[in-house]
Design a protein around this ligand. Structure first.
Ligand SMILES: C[S@@+](CC[C@H](N)C(=O)[O-])C[C@H]1O[C@@H](n2cnc3c(N)ncnc32)[C@H](O)[C@@H]1O
Length: 295
């Protein structure tokens, strides 16, 4: 079952966050991250950086970082040492430039490349829809999300890491689509599936995809601040629809079972959750690690 084929209140709640669990655009568009966010993200950054480095055994190939933004979650210098080329993609170029400067990495035509792009491909349409919501525009939105094809190097990367951007793609939809109905769910589904397909498009055969994502925060689930039973607290929260819109981890997992994704991957692993501390709140994060088929 896809998450827009629902037929009643129960299924509907399964993918829609309860009101108090709204997602948030904390880092999106904020180019003035201060040093505190960098400090606070230390553990989160170490988890993600070591996960990436461990995914290829020796220096090989290129890496693509989707939603790189200020790079509070990636140690860039080891990436530059470990990969032949680091390509960072985000619609906020200034934020990536600040991130590079903070870590004293020089953008270099050959080794470190920055690319500004709308990774969901529906920003402009969503902005129009927020003002003039019509059924025709919604149809266009769903189609555009499904066909989104930003100009990224196809089949070139040994690792593609999506670093906490998926929740932001969902947040934008939540911000612009007022009606929380079947179309809302369908659109979120299309954006999420296309994001994973895009990661697969960029990977070379046998390459590793890391879909790293936040899915709930301490705003709606304050228990995550202190508990030493994080997994159990999160499982209970998920049962109670306490996650960001479109970010139910079980539904994300199901997306990997969609034909267009499933037929391209050899393996899928889900990590244990961890915390990402920011100035305003703590997020719960997890990663889906998958390998693209060799042929
Ligand atoms: C929460 S931040 C990701 C964390 C970031 N890697 C860091 O280290 O802080 C989300 C990033 O996604 C970017 N973003 C949000 N929507 C986007 C879109 N449609 N296309 C490209 N980038 C987008 C934002 O600019 C932001 O840098």
């Amino acid at each position: 079952m896809t998450d827009y084929e629902f037929n009643g209140a129960k299924d509907w709640q399964d993918f829609t966050a309860r009101q108090s669990a709204m997602s948030d655009s904390e880092a999106s568009g904020e180019t003035q991250q201060n040093d505190l966010d960098w400090e606070l993200a230390k553990e989160h950054r170490e988890i993600i950086s070591s996960m990436i480095l461990a995914s290829v055994q020796r220096k090989q190939g290129d890496i693509c970082l989707l939603g790189a933004g200020p790079c509070n979650d990636i140690e860039l210098i080891p990436m530059v040492g470990h990969f032949n080329r680091v390509v960072m993609v985000d619609w906020d170029l200034a934020s990536m430039q600040e991130g590079l400067a903070k870590q004293e990495v020089l953008p270099d035509e050959r080794f470190v490349q920055l690319l500004g792009a709308d990774l969901a491909g529906v920003k402009d349409l969503l902005d129009v829809y927020a003002r003039y919501p019509t059924p025709e525009l919604m149809e266009q939105l769903k189609e555009a999300a499904e066909q989104n094809n930003p100009k990224l190097d196809s089949g070139k990367f040994s690792v593609v890491a999506s670093t906490c951007i998926l929740s932001q793609l969902m947040f934008k939809i939540h911000e612009c689509v007022r009606e929380k109905n079947e179309d809302f769910a369908h659109l979120m589904f299309n954006v999420r599936k296309r994001h994973i397909e895009l990661m697969l498009d960029c990977l070379s055969p046998g390459g590793i995809g890391l879909l790293i994502t936040d899915f709930v925060s301490s705003d709606s689930l304050p228990e995550i601040l202190k508990t030493d039973r994080l997994q159990q607290v999160l499982q209970k929260g998920i049962k109670e629809q306490n996650f960001f819109h479109g970010m139910n981890p079980q539904r994300i997992h199901l997306t990997f079972g969609e034909e267009s994704v499933r037929q391209q991957i050899d393996s899928l692993e889900v990590t244990s959750p961890w915390r990402w501390q920011t100035r305003r709140r703590v997020y719960a994060c997890m990663a889906f690690k998958f390998q693209k088929k060799v042929s």
